[in-house]
Design a binder for this molecule. Sequence first.
Ligand SMILES: Nc1ncnc2c1ncn2[C@@H]1O[C@H](COP(=O)(O)OP(=O)(O)OP(=O)(O)O)[C@@H](O)[C@H]1O
Ligand SMILES: [Mg+2]
Length: 222
Amino acid sequence: MLEIFITATDTDAGKTYVATSLVHAFVSKGKQVAVYKPISAGCQKINSVLVNEDAQLLEIAANCQQSICDINPIAFEAAIAPHIAAQQCQKIITIAEIQKYYQKVKALEADIVVTEGAGGWRLPLGDGLFLSDFVKQTKQKVILVVNMKLGCLNHAVLTYQSIISDGLECIGWVANCIEKMPYLEENISELESLLPMPKLASLSFEKDKQVTAKQFDLSTLL
Ligand SMILES: Nc1ncnc2c1ncn2[C@@H]1O[C@H](COP(=O)(O)OP(=O)(O)OP(=O)(O)O)[C@@H](O)[C@H]1O
Ligand SMILES: [Mg+2]
């Protein structure tokens, strides 16, 4: 089972967009793909269930008939830092809980599990814990989404260095080019020389994720 964790240089960088497009790409290759979004903050209450949009998009892309609650077990209504949202509801987020629900996803025995992080790599959970501690425990392979904009070189290199100093493998990165960035090609080239893992795709703005799905180089992943 290939276990992939999608992180990014920042929040809103394109993690869900890349995760769902990648899931489409794997499904189109005939793979069984399960998804996981352990923590979300920014949900709508529907029939007393907190529903997060990222989880809904992941559910649509994947093909393992998972419920929204199984995909996203820890959900907060307010769109704020999750550890603050947890404090506001007198809840403690533990790695054990994130692990417990992850094991349920793994029990589906899909070919691939794609997990979307929240925020960037060092997302605090409170009590000195980070979401990256869960990735460390589970030794997932990490894909880094870089939101190509001024300042992204620093964020990308720092994130990559944190991932490898956590003893994890970063199996690829994605240049997500949705903003007008001066010297975009030069910035992508610089990242290609700074980051040793393969660039899986250079994505421009595209609404149709099936089109985007075709742009990934999956040769090093499958
Ligand atoms: N290449 C792209 N083409 C078109 N739209 C995109 C692209 N990349 C991202 N977007 C859009 O930009 C917005 C932010 O992207 P996305 O939700 O994937 O970020 P995120 O990193 O998952 O954010 P969060 O930290 O909130 O989970 C979304 O509306 C998404 O559909
Ligand atoms: Mg997201």
